[in-house]
Ligand binder design. Structure first.
Ligand code: PMP
Length: 326
């Protein structure tokens, strides 16, 4: 974290206030800015929701100190929740489909959490059901459930969005962000649309993901390597609101792989696949604003770089495309 200059009492004090940095491969007249979320202590955007959801759940009495939180998660949310749980006197248990990165699972365990793997082919829906079953078996246990908990989007409404607003004096023309739960984009869209209803909002997903089914489109489901965004089952998502977006862009893995390498080589960003997908989409939106195809109230396009590529080195993110395991 870059802006704190006073000593802090807890690592939770370092969450948020991340830097907003220009992406240079974008038109001069319509700059793209990315919020670098690997500056958080658990090194991803999900630290924000870990802290926010657990603090609010404790305040509301959903769980009390000494209790357990159980979350179905692909990884970064687990790390974010584990960081917060450790400091807020809560135990953390995660139900994780096997295909997600081993680095993330090791970090969750290092933070004191228990990790339970479920078969990849059973998908996130099964992990969600398992988390609820486990919570029912314990006293004083709760499932934050990032896919349906409005506190997820609220974390971004209360922190990510106002930080961007401050940094750009409110002059945000478009928001572009990949959707896993959709919490990041929904929270930011709500915030900026309240202030400027014309804010152009674009969701990003990997090609082969099914978010466009929310718009009534027919989608051919395919596997993708890009991690952290996209869905094969829109039923598991209760946060995504199509009224809060203007468009959904699907980005192929091959383009994502190339952009990850370019961002590192040309701009010094060691960011992972969802950041690269966001960068590609944000630059396309910026070019469309520049040539008049998209109408936006201001020129700046804002996106997020949710986490770092270091978390995926074992999956070969910087090796040739065919060797990237995804
Ligand atoms: N990128 C990465 C690396 C993530 O882990 C996530 C969360 N799954 C996202 C992007 C998407 O964020 P959200 O869940 O807020 O849509």
């Amino acid at each position: 974290m870059t802006t704190h200059r006073e000593p802090l009492q807890s690592v939770l004090g370092t969450i948020g206030e991340t830097p907003l940095v220009r992406v240079h491969d974008s038109p001069d007249a319509v700059p793209v800015y990315a919020k670098l979320e690997s500056f958080n202590p658990g090194a991803s955007i999900k630290d924000r929701i870990g802290k926010h959801m657990l603090e609010r759940m404790l305040e509301r009495g959903d769980v009390s100190p000494g209790g357990t939180v159980i979350e179905p998660t692909a990884g970064n949310t687990g790390i974010g929740i584990a960081v917060a749980a450790g400091q807020l006197d809560l135990e953390a248990v995660f139900v994780v489909p096997e295909r997600f990165s081993v680095e993330k699972q090791q970090l969750m365990r290092a933070l004191g959490a228990e990790v339970i793997n479920t078969p990849t082919e059973d998908g996130m829906g099964y992990a969600i059901d398992r988390a609820h079953e486990l919570a029912d078996e314990l006293d004083n246990a709760a499932v934050p459930q990032q896919f349906s908990n409005h506190l997820n989007a609220e974390a971004h409404y209360e922190t990510t969005a106002p930080e961007v607003d401050d940094a750009l004096d409110g002059a945000v023309g478009a928001l572009v962000a990949g959707c896993g739960t959709g919490g990041t984009l929904m929270g930011m869209s709500e915030y900026f649309r309240e202030r400027e209803p014309g804010t152009h909002v674009v969701a990003v997903e990997p090609a082969g993901s099914a978010y466009r089914e929310f718009l009534g489109e027919e989608v051919t489901h395919e596997e993708y390597k890009t991690e952290g965004i996209g869905t094969h089952d829109i039923e598991t998502n209760e946060l995504f609101d199509p009224d809060l977006v203007d468009d959904i862009r699907s980005i192929p893995d091959r383009a994502v792989h190339e952009e990850m390498a370019r961002l590192a080589d040309e701009e010094g960003h060691l960011v992972a696949s969802s950041s690269a997908a966001n960068s590609i989409a944000a630059k396309a939106v910026a070019r469309a604003i520049d040539d008049g195809t998209i109408d936006a109230p201001y020129d700046a396009v804002v996106t997020v770089f949710p986490d770092s590529s270091e978390r995926y080195l074992s999956k070969g993110v910087y090796r040739p495309f065919e060797e990237w395991e995804g």
